[in-house]
Write a protein that binds this ligand. Structure first.
Ligand code: G6P
Length: 614
């Protein structure tokens, strides 16, 4: 959600780079922005509620154009509404330092009371300003050493944060620290950069250092000193990012979401690359956690995730139980972490997350570890907190996903789920090598089906259908079995980007409530694959039509397609893999409904790409 950027350049202006960095982070969702720079030894701050364009207008006078050191922030309001005053950076009461912050200072009320006792004036409603004053207080007792002042201030703080702090005067200093949310730095001979997301650094370098929780880093061109809160010096290795800068562009598509939907055939190929052992009908993973011996000891799988990743987890349940015969629980991470889950010995905790930074998913994974589970992550972000906190990871390899509504990462989560389920089933002798070979062979060919769904003709058909149904009062999405989670995902996509009311339901539950809603104004989207429950789905369609409700059928079951009012035909594939194809027309349908309604598709209102606070 919030984004941090920072730069300390040798004799070069930094403002434009800071604003460009903030633009790269825009996709995370924000409601105000600001920058703080050092100008003639003094700290100058410009902050604006609203979009980056507002900030650019506030910077258009060119007064800060020469500054070589600065920090920037995009804020997603938590404490206090999105106003100019609450936007970051915040300064201490004497304006000696400026600070930007992602996350939450939990004990800020307690610190605030102490500031009030010292008659320090507070100008905003944020927890961040309180921390800025504390750093200011400690600066006096640290002889002007900003890194030490930050370490001292942070030892008073309880919370979950990533911060960047700037001090002016004769010796300008730039300091960064994290406890929870991610922060990375890059050091070049003439520049030092920092950002909450490495995506904002790739225009400068591919070699970045991820700070660890509890690190306080002092940065300058050619220089990085990382200390722990107790002052001890540590070294942090640099990671090479294999992101393609071009991959972060829209590549000719009207929206990132559309581009990412179209990338899915490649995403599937990348996720499979080097992992399929055709001869043995098995999946190759390096991790010890995914070896035969370890997987044979698994008694249960506990999946925790949020949003779209949760829907992938629900598909994974059908795969794991169906192929490997291991019982699975799937939980909203936000529920798992706050109930008292009973975890049997031998449970493997499986966390699924695109960003690897979702607060609830991380907390659920941490709890699972405390309860004695081994932990596996399915994650897209190399170097993310989740990857570093888990025993093993299956990387999704979907590349950076910019559109807030997740599409290609979901597809990659489904591929990773199939691979994991096959590995588990093979390790436990539940799937023969011939069965494994057949399923993996089909998966390797899946891109043909995906490419078909993305041909101009098929997409135009889906677009026309979406435009015809844009006026519907609401939408009901129904699916059974492994395609029930796809109904949930289809409804979620539509809600997220078009703001149309949509609800996903297991088709078998329809009679227990939703049927009362059926009328000509409520459109039902039914996912119908040719599988063991196909005839039941077909009779659901007939029941809806008998009550005057229009039905759009998506799938490969000919008889269901036949009885519906409208149809999107999907290529036939093994039922285990049908979700990977069926979701694509639902993504496109949501996209074109949103487009027809003139919605801001890549930045839907109120949503954040990565929910790093509760
Ligand atoms: C937010 C995003 C969703 C995403 C969910 C989980 O709600 O808007 O698109 O599915 O977080 O994110 P994760 O990064 O953990 O997959």
């Amino acid at each position: 959600m919030c984004g941090i950027v920072g730069a300390y350049l040798r004799a070069q202006p930094c403002l434009r780079s800071l604003v460009r960095g903030l633009r790269v982070l825009e996709y995370r969702g924000y409601d105000s922005v600001g920058v703080g720079v050092i100008q003639d030894g003094a700290i100058v701050v410009r902050r604006k509620a609203g979009r980056i364009e507002e900030l650019e207008r506030a910077l258009a006078d060119g007064a800060l154009d020469d500054a070589a050191i600065g920090i920037g922030h995009s804020r997603w309001a938590t404490h206090g509404p999105p106003t100019d005053q609450n936007a970051h950076p915040h300064r201490d009461w004497l304006g000696r330092i400026a600070l930007v912050h992602n996350g939450i200072i939990e004990n800020y009320q307690e610190l605030r009371v102490e500031l009030e006792r010292r008659a320090i004036p507070l100008r905003s409603q944020t927890d961040t300003e309180v921390l800025a004053h504390w750093v200011g207080i400690e600066l006096e007792s640290s002889g002007g050493d900003l890194a030490e002042a930050v370490r001292r201030a942070l030892s008073r703080v309880r919370g979950y944060y990533a911060i960047a702090v700037l001090s002016g005067g004769e010796r300008p200093q730039l300091v960064a620290s994290r406890e929870g949310p991610p922060l990375c730095v890059a050091i070049l001979p003439d520049a030092a950069w920092l950002a909450s997301d490495p995506l904002a650094l790739i225009e400068h370098t591919r070699d970045v250092v991820f700070l660890e929780d509890g690190d306080v880093a002092e940065l300058a061109p050619g220089k990085l000193v990382v200390r722990r809160l107790d002052g001890s010096v540590v070294t942090r290795a640099s990671h090479h990012l294999d992101y393609d800068a071009e991959a972060a562009d829209r590549g000719g598509f009207a929206h990132y979401m559309l581009k990412e939907v179209h990338e899915q055939p490649d995403v599937v190929s990348r996720a499979l690359f080097g992992r399929v052992d055709e001869e043995r009908g098995d999946v190759r993973f390096e991790e010890e956690l995914l070896s035969d011996a370890t997987l044979r000891a698994v008694t249960r799988v506990q999946i925790n995730a949020c949003g779209t990743a949760l829907h992938a987890g629900m598909v994974a349940r059908y795969l794991i139980e169906g192929l490997a015969g291991v019982p699975v629980d799937v939980d909203y991470a936000s529920e798992f972490r706050y109930r008292r889950p009973v975890v049997v010995p031998g449970t493997l905790a499986l966390g699924i997350s695109q960003s690897g930074e979702t607060a609830d998913t991380l907390a659920a994974l941490r709890l699972a570890r405390e309860l004695g589970c081994r932990q596996l992550a399915l994650c897209n972000a190399v170097g993310s907190t989740m990857v570093r906190a888990s025993e093993a990871t299956i990387l999704l390899r979907a590349g950076p996903e910019i559109g807030v509504a997740s599409t290609k990462a979901f597809e990659a989560m489904l591929v990773a789920s199939v691979l994991f389920a096959v590995r588990l089933a093979r390790a436990r002798g539940k799937l023969s090598s011939a069965e494994g070979r057949a399923l993996l062979g089909e998966l390797s060919q899946l891109r043909i089906g995906l490419e078909h769904m993305l041909t101009r003709e098929v997409v135009a058909g889906i677009r026309a259908l979406a435009e015809r149904f844009t006026q519907a009062r609401g939408f009901l999405y129904l699916g059974r079995g492994i395609n029930f989670p796809i109904a949930l995902e289809g409804a979620l996509k539509l809600k997220e980007i078009s703001y149309k009311h949509a609800e996903g339901y297991p088709a078998g539950e329809m009679k227990h409530g939703p049927i009362a809603m059926i009328d000509p104004d409520l459109t039902t989207v039914v996912i119908a694959s040719k599988d063991s429950v196909a005839s039941k789905v077909r009779s659901n369609i007939e029941q809806i039509r008998a009550r005057g409700g229009p039905v759009i059928c998506v799938g490969d079951d000919p008889e269901s397609l036949e009885v519906a009012d409208e149809r999107i035909v999907v290529p036939s594939v093994s039922p285990w893999l049908s979700p990977l194809l069926n979701v694509v027309p639902l993504q496109l349908f949501a996209y074109y409904v949103a487009l027809a309604r003139g919605c801001d598709i890549d930045k839907p209102r109120n949503l954040a790409k990565s929910v790093t606070v509760e």
